[in-house]
Design a protein around this ligand. Sequence first.
Ligand SMILES: C[S@@+](CC[C@H](N)C(=O)[O-])C[C@H]1O[C@@H](n2cnc3c(N)ncnc32)[C@H](O)[C@@H]1O
Length: 249
Amino acid sequence: MSSTPKRQFALQGAAVILVLSIAWPYYGWQASALPWLETSLAIGGVALFFATLSRQPWWWRVIHAGFMPLVWFTHTQAIDPNWFLFGAILLLLVFRGALSGQVPLYLSNRQTVGALAELLAERGPSRFLDLGAGLGSTTVPLADALPDSRFTGVENAPLTWLVGRFFSLGRPNIRWRWDDLWQTPLNDYDVVYAFLSPAPMPRLWDKVRAEMPAGSLFISNTFPVPGVAPDRIIDVDCVPPRPLYCYQL
Ligand SMILES: C[S@@+](CC[C@H](N)C(=O)[O-])C[C@H]1O[C@@H](n2cnc3c(N)ncnc32)[C@H](O)[C@@H]1O
């Protein structure tokens, strides 16, 4: 069974409905209040059972088991609700991509940037696009290392974009754009780099093939295009492994 977010809502929701539909009439019949600690533990147990039965990854099982007991615990702390609103807004400003396209923020490491710099140096001055450019952890060091190349970063999470904008200040070979990667034309670039997630790769490959010019290069960090053999795989020396899958157009 797949482990999409909707599936997880369904599993947790089923556990809530099952436990409450037994507990409410039971305690109602006895005219006593529902014991929320025990109820939340029971929901966690049932959700864990459902998640195990449907063979969800281990970390989803942990989340299912802990979610309702944590809700109960948080409730007992009587925290001002505005903090939750603040936290939700902050998460949205940084992790918008995770919500809309299953692409959260995590950063390319130094070794990857080094491998990209070597690859670009081999090709000569290039126009490089980072699709989902995060904080600029790829674009900024590459722009410093290769002043003759031009770098564009496209990012759609507001706070992430703002931090990246700050880091790219004073670097004339960086164009830092707040935009949706799906609305970004790819025809103007020699090298397009993406470090996203498995979810968008099939759709992104259709876009790459439709828009990137002949002779250009598409590089995906960690996530290969399913069913398409890369022309080259660069094994970056890091843990966990972060291979660069290179597709020559
Ligand atoms: C895994 S991070 C990679 C960041 C950077 N490229 C790097 O290598 O360090 C992916 C980034 O893509 C952004 N993203 C996700 N969906 C996007 C979209 N539709 N348009 C633009 N950016 C997006 C996320 O906000 C996140 O910052």
